[in-house]
Ligand binder design. Structure first.
Ligand SMILES: [Zn+2]
Length: 241
C-alpha cells in the first residue's frame, strides 16, 4: 500500500480486465489497480480498438462507472497512462539504418488504430529514435536519473503549493496559472492553426508548458516553454499533416 502501483497488462486483455466488470459482482480492472500509479500499455495499437476507446472515460474523470441492470458501480481510476508503439508494423519507419517494408496505407491503418479523441487525451507524445550501438555502449550520461528526480520533485513541490498537479489543473485556473506573454500567445496561436489542434489539446499544451516552466523553476510561462510543449505533440503533427 505504500508503493505506487505499476501495471502493464498484455494487449490480449479483455475490456472487463482493463476497465473492470466481469460476470457476478464487478471487479476492478487494470485502470483501478493502477490508481495513483502508472498504467503502461506496450504495443498500444495492438490493443483492440473498443478496449482503447473505453479508456477515454477514466482518463477524463479519474473514475470508472460500471452499470448493471439494477445498480451502478464506481471505482477510482486516477492513473498516469504511459503507452509505447512502433512507428509502423515492421518497426523501421524513419530508421536511418534499416529499410521499412510497410506501404503508406498500412502505416496509416496502423496509426489510425489510435483515434484522434484518444490521442487528444495524451499530453506528451514523443518519437524516440533507435539508439546507435556506439552510444548504447558508451558510459556517458547527459543527465543522471538522480538529477532528473531532483528536478521533478522540485516541480512537484511548486505544484503542491498551487494546490493541484498541472495534469489536474481545473479549467477555470488555466488562464491564470498558465498566462502567456505576447510572444507565447503568438507561438501557441500559430501552432493551433498549423496543426489544427482541438480546444482540449490547447489546454493540455498550456498545462504541459506550465510543467516545463516549473521544471525550469520559472514563475511565468515563457515562449520557450510553450514551444517545448508544442514539440511534445508529435503524433498530432504526423497525424494531420
Ligand atoms: Zn515499417
Amino acid at each position: 500500500m505504500r508503493r505506487r502501483p505499476f501495471r502493464a497488462p498484455h494487449h490480449t486483455i479483455s475490456d472487463a480486465g482493463l476497465i473492470g466488470g466481469g460476470s457476478g459482482s464487478p471487479r476492478p480492472g487494470e485502470v483501478s489497480l493502477a490508481h495513483n500509479g502508472v498504467l503502461f500499455l506496450d504495443e498500444f495499437p495492438e490493443f483492440p480498438r473498443n478496449v482503447l476507446e473505453i479508456l477515454r472515460q477514466p482518463l477524463e474523470d479519474s473514475t470508472v462507472t460500471i452499470s448493471r441492470s439494477n445498480m451502478t458501480f464506481c471505482f477510482p481510476a486516477n492513473f498516469m497512462l504511459v503507452a509505447a508503439m512502433n512507428p509502423c508494423p515492421c518497426g523501421y519507419f524513419g530508421d536511418p539504418t534499416r529499410e521499412c517494408r510497410c506501404t503508406p496505407a498500412i502505416i496509416q491503418r496502423y496509426l489510425g488504430k489510435i483515434s484522434g479523441p484518444l490521442l487528444d487525451r495524451i499530453d506528451i507524445q514523443i518519437e524516440v529514435p533507435a539508439v546507435p550501438y556506439k552510444e548504447l555502449r558508451s558510459g556517458e550520461v547527459a543527465t543522471s536519473s538522480e538529477e532528473m528526480r531532483g528536478r521533478a520533485q522540485k516541480a512537484a513541490e511548486i505544484q503542491r503549493a498551487r494546490g493541484y498537479s498541472n495534469a489536474r489543473m481545473p479549467t477555470r485556473s488555466v488562464r491564470k496559472d498558465c498566462a502567456l506573454d505576447e510572444t507565447g500567445e503568438r507561438t501557441l496561436e500559430m501552432a493551433m492553426r498549423r496543426l489544427s489542434l482541438s480546444a482540449r489539446a490547447h489546454d493540455r499544451i498550456l498545462k504541459v508548458a506550465r510543467t516545463v516552466a516549473d521544471l525550469d523553476q520559472s514563475d511565468s510561462v515563457a515562449a520557450k516553454h510553450i514551444a517545448e510543449a508544442i514539440q511534445y505533440r508529435s503524433l498530432d503533427r504526423n497525424y494531420w499533416s
